[in-house]
Structures are given as C-alpha cells and as structure tokens.
Design a protein around this ligand. Structure first.
Ligand code: HEM
Length: 139
C-alpha cells in the first residue's frame, strides 16, 4: 500500500469520527474542511510526483475503465462537497439567521443523507485509487 493511500485511509477514519461527533461543531467543521482541502490537494500532489505522461499516454492507461471510473467518482465527490458545505453553512448560520424549525430539520436531513453519499463516494475513490496505484511509487 502506498503512502497516499494510507494517508487517505487515516483521513477516512477521522471523517467517521467527525461525523459521529457532529455536535462539536467546531471540531466537525474544522476536520471536514481539512479533509476537503486534502482531497482537493491530492491530484496536484500526484501529478507533481508521478510520471503521468508515461503511465497515461505512452502506456495507454488513459483508455482504461479503471482510470475513468476513478475520475468520475472524484468529480462526484467534489460536487457532493460543494452541496455539503452549503447545507453545513446554512445550519451553522441558522442560530444567527433564525431559520424556522421545519427548514432547519430539512437541512439537517439533507446534510445527513449527503454525508452518507460522501462516505460511499470517498470509499470508492480510495478503493479505485488503491487498485490503480503503482507500488513502485511509494511516496
Ligand atoms: C465542510 C463542510 C461542513 C460543514 C460546514 C458542516 C457543518 C455542520 C453543522 C453546522 C452541523 C450541525 C451540527 C449540530 O448542530 O448537530 C453538521 C451536522 C452533520 N454533519 Fe456536517 N458539515 C460539513 C461537512 C460534513 C461532511 C463531509 C459530512 C459527512 C461525511 C458531514 C456529516 C454530518 C452529519 C451526519 C451531521 C448530523 C446531521 C443531523 O444532525 O441530522 N458533514 N454539519
């Protein structure tokens, strides 16, 4: 298993903890924001440290099903993150803005359901990434 996969698995455990302790808002929001930043930074790190030209173009991996599945899942995850941040901020501001109770309950439900989707999409991103990872690139 490569270091980025191990790091991603550790952040997954952290994400589960932050989801469980969602009532500690500051902890929940800080951890989730950091993990989103980690997920956005990961492709830049991988492009900077791997020989993508050889892997994708010369060896022809760009036409493989695995690469496109991984890519599609990452886009799905980013879209879910955008919606999740919006509903999260809506709940956060609710104490100041005075959302009515029904709207707040709906937002909670949406945020929770999207959270489940994020856990699933992120698990699949990490799993497909682990399948694609070249053990020669440990770091
Ligand atoms: C980074 C953006 C996020 C922000 C700003 C945010 C913010 C919040 C806030 C303010 C709450 C309400 C806490 C409470 O009073 O109980 C909450 C609850 C929750 N969050 Fe997040 N969150 C974010 C990301 C996530 C992610 C990525 C997940 C899942 C992987 C998640 C899962 C949950 C769950 C399950 C709840 C409980 C919902 C409920 O009470 O029904 N959040 N979040």
């Amino acid at each position: 298993m490569t270091i980025p996969i191990i790091a991603a698995l550790l952040t997954y455990v952290l994400m589960l903890a932050a989801m469980y302790w969602h009532r500690f808002r500051r902890f929940h929001m800080t951890v989730m924001m950091s993990i989103i930043a980690f997920d956005v930074a990961m492709p830049f790190y991988l492009v900077a440290t791997r020989d993508w030209k050889t892997r994708l173009l010369i060896e022809g991996d760009i036409l493989s099903f695995g690469v496109w599945m991984h890519f599609g899942l990452i886009i799905t995850l980013y879209v879910l993150y955008v919606i999740q941040v919006q509903t999260g901020l809506k709940m956060w501001r609710s104490s100041r803005k005075g959302l009515d109770a029904e709207e707040l309950a709906t937002t909670h439900r949406e945020h929770r359901a999207q959270g489940m989707g994020i856990l699933l999409a992120r698990a699949l991103v990490i799993a497909t990434g682990a399948i694609l990872a070249d053990p020669a690139d440990m770091l």
